[in-house]
Design a protein around this ligand. Structure first.
Ligand code: NAI
Length: 335
């Protein structure tokens, strides 16, 4: 009953340790991210627990398997970092399907208000004694149209919040929620009519770069784009072009295509070499955060509880209700 945690941070330890001890599961927290190179740290462990920027590709999975690992427990809901074909027949995968959809949805609205009403810029100005409001003009959200791409747990929560502000909501999802009352439209129409576009779909081959030159060209001038799902839903180069030309009025980004190297780490003493990240950070109406939309006490508690339950159930040899595999409905649909 030994589990190795990768990419672990102090807050993981706080929430996981008491539950692991109570469950009688031996554990070790590694700060390294999982990769083919670091997988050998888990030699002799039965399970590994990983997060969004750990990479369980074929090479890492083979190395884990050779070292005796038989379970990968994702402590997140997204699973785009797993090679399910490589894991088949060797290592089982479990995840936390939902921990706090409201946490992510509420944060998404926070980002939207931040870019729409330019709150971070106002904050920086007043802190520096600059009380001018020139250039900080926004628009009312009431009556404007929010386009929601992906109407699963988080997307639907976000629709509830947008409706609370009096926004019109249109949505696109190839698997519409039955009897939800959601106003589904074809993607091209959503792009055309929305003042604000928010991404809540998983990263798959189909959704990779769903926001690109072509889709941006169909959007309203001055559209606001928010992404709290996965970075590679947006082609960063196309987003930058849209921001520079003024086609896109602002972007709230909690995720970034190339976030793996920087997010969750303190890089403030280093030179950032990612040119696109540097450009995004320098554009006034871009607000970026480091994949923290989920980061509430409630979500961390739920993540730890469900993950430890997943581990305990595996070690007891019982059926895994949160299992994902190559042939599972979610993974098949995502392909
Ligand atoms: P979910 O599985 O409940 O919903 C995803 C929805 O996307 C489903 O309705 C599905 O039909 C839809 N979808 C699938 N393919 C699509 C496509 N091609 N176009 C439009 N929609 C499509 O997932 P949930 O819990 O709502 O999470 C959504 C995403 O949020 C996750 O995939 C994950 O990447 C991200 N996330 C981000 C967090 C953060 O802290 N920033 C935390 C948790 C999740």
């Amino acid at each position: 009953m030994k589990t190795a945690f990768f990419d672990s941070k102090p807050y993981d330890k706080i929430w996981f340790e008491p539950l692991l001890k109570a469950a009688g599961i031996e554990y070790k927290f590694f700060e390294y991210k999982l990769s083919a190179e670091t997988a050998r740290l888990a030699d002799g462990y039965d399970a590994v627990c990983i997060f969004v920027n750990d990479r369980a590709d074929a090479a890492a999975i083979d190395a884990l398997y050779r070292g005796g690992v038989r379970l990968i427990a994702l402590r997140c809901s997204g699973y785009n970092n797993i090679d399910f074909a490589a894991a088949k027949g060797k290592i089982r995968i479990v995840r936390v399907p939902a921990y706090s959809p409201s946490a992510v949805a509420e944060y998404t609205m926070g980002l939207l208000l931040a870019i729409g009403r330019k709150i971070p810029r106002a904050y920086s100005r007043t802190r520096a004694g600059n009380f001018s409001i020139n250039g900080l003009i926004g628009f009312d959200f009431e009556g404007r149209t929010a386009g929601i791409i992906g109407t699963g747990r988080i997307g639907r929560n976000f629709i509830r919040i947008c409706s609370g502000l009096g926004m019109k909501v249109v949505a696109y999802d190839p698997y519409p929620a039955a009897d939800s009352g959601i106003d589904y439209r074809p993607l091209s129409e959503l792009l055309r009519v929305s003042d604000v576009i928010s991404l809540h779909c998983p990263l798959t081959e189909e959704t990779h770069h769903i926001i690109c030159d072509k889709s941006i060209s169909q959007m309203k001038d001055g559209v606001l784009i928010v992404n709290t799902s996965r970075g590679a839903l947006i082609d960063t180069g196309a987003l930058l072009d849209g921001l520079k030309s003024g086609k896109i009025g602002g972007a709230g980004l909690d995720v970034y295509e190339e976030e793996e190297q920087y997010f969750f780490e303190d890089c403030s003493n280093e030179v950032i070499r990612d040119e696109e990240l540097l450009q995004l950070l320098s554009i006034p109406n871009v607000v970026m955060s480091s994949h923290q939309a989920f980061f509430t006490e409630d979500a961390l508690r739920a993540i730890a509880e469900v993950t430890v339950d997943n581990l305990r159930t595996f070690f007891q040899g019982k059926p895994l209700k949160n299992e994902l595999c190559l042939d599972c409905r979610e993974v098949t649909a995502a392909r």
